[in-house]
Design a protein around this ligand. Structure first.
Ligand SMILES: [Zn+2]
Length: 360
């Protein structure tokens, strides 16, 4: 038997083309995070079910994918849908990925305890097989897997803050920092689907402050600005850090200004490296403090004189906040496989479609 066709998520238009009785087709979007997984089922015009579950942290390497398959199957059965009849499945997962197309696995440090000697996770997994078990179980479905920043980029491009931008990036500023990239209306994937791990790129750290990142680098962007790194440096969570910053605390100011410098440098590097027209920023840390962070980044990029070079490439570019942070992850997973001819039904729902049938 021929394996199901591998979707190509590089195209802004999804690989999956609605087939047969479109009005009855159901697709699934799976968002696999570090602690929880979420599944939503969607028909042509709306989300028809949402379910969540904790991500297993122990057992065999296949435990996570087995839990994912069970969650999708249970969601289908709760609506009387045969799981094998799903038309397509989009999986937005934390990376990095390993393996060839058709056999993609996640080697995410926040899930796989075997990757580092000092991991606190209760497993010694080296990788989580994703694509092969899903294809084995859902034989009739097109399956497209991308990392969470890449899928969020697709959602913002089709429905949100990057609509109309042919050359753009999505930057998530959260516990970690990740980027999704689009050039010429195509998602940039890279040789193993890992394009956009720009949080681990190096910038000129101010002074001698070069903390160690979880990836092993000293002084990369995530080590200077990621939420986990900031909380570690501050000694409390980032909400407390930003409260202190807003009060004018000297040490908090040093950390936040250094983080802003690092993210601003990363944005500048993306603009001049890739000739982008727009970058949208999301992520929990950023969205919780966007009133402060967005103007501060714009000042650095466009007004401060921090980057006297390449001003011609920055002219006319924009840095914006995501349109609907509460739905970026779900819509990202769905957008990996949402048929183009369904799009008109969804265009006005990105910030208003809360018609959940099944609560978590
Ligand atoms: Zn790093």
């Amino acid at each position: 038997m021929m394996p199901p066709r591998t979707g190509d998520p590089r195209a802004a238009e999804p690989a999956f083309a609605a087939k047969g009785a479109q009005t009855e087709s159901v697709i699934a979007g799976i968002d696999l995070g570090g602690t929880k997984m979420a599944v939503c089922l969607a028909s042509e015009s709306r989300v028809i079910a949402r379910h969540r579950a904790a991500v297993p942290k122990s057992g065999a390497e296949s435990a996570v994918t087995e839990a994912m398959i069970a969650l999708v199957s249970d969601s289908c059965m709760s609506l009387g849908i045969e799981p094998a009849s799903l038309a397509a499945i989009g999986v937005s997962a934390c990376g990095p990925f390993e393996g060839a197309r058709g056999q993609l696995a996640s080697a995410a440090p926040n899930l796989c305890g075997g990757l580092t000697a000092d991991s606190v996770l209760p497993n010694r997994w080296m990788r989580i097989p994703l694509e092969a078990p899903l294809r084995d179980r859902f034989r009739t479905a097109d399956i497209v897997i991308a990392n969470d920043a890449q899928s969020a980029l697709l959602a913002e491009h089709r429905f949100g803050a990057l609509r109309g931008a042919s050359h753009g990036a999505y930057l998530t500023w959260s516990t970690g920092i990740g980027v999704g990239l689009m050039l010429d209306n195509r998602l940039v994937r890279g040789k193993a689907g890992n394009a956009g791990h720009a949080g681990h790129s190096m910038v000129a750290a101010s002074g001698s402050h070069r903390p160690r990142c979880g990836c092993g680098n000293d002084g990369d962007v995530e080590s200077l600005a990621g939420g986990a790194a900031l909380a570690h440096a501050w000694g409390n969570d980032t909400v407390a850090l930003f409260e202190a910053f807003r009060r004018g605390d000297h040490r908090a100011s040093g950390l936040v200004e250094s983080a802003l410098d690092a993210v601003s440098d990363l944005l500048y590097n993306l603009f001049v490296t890739l000739d982008l027209e727009r970058i949208a920023i999301g992520g929990g840390l950023f969205c919780g403090q966007s009133d402060l962070l967005l103007p501060a980044l714009r000042r650095r990029l466009f007004e401060s004189g921090r980057y006297p070079g390449m001003q011609g490439m920055l002219a006319g570019t924009r840095v914006v906040a995501v349109s609907d942070p509460s739905r970026t992850a779900e819509m990202g997973a769905l957008c990996l496989v949402l048929p183009q001819d369904w799009q008109p039904h969804w265009s006005d729902k990105f910030s208003a479609n809360h018609d959940s049938v099944i609560a978590a």
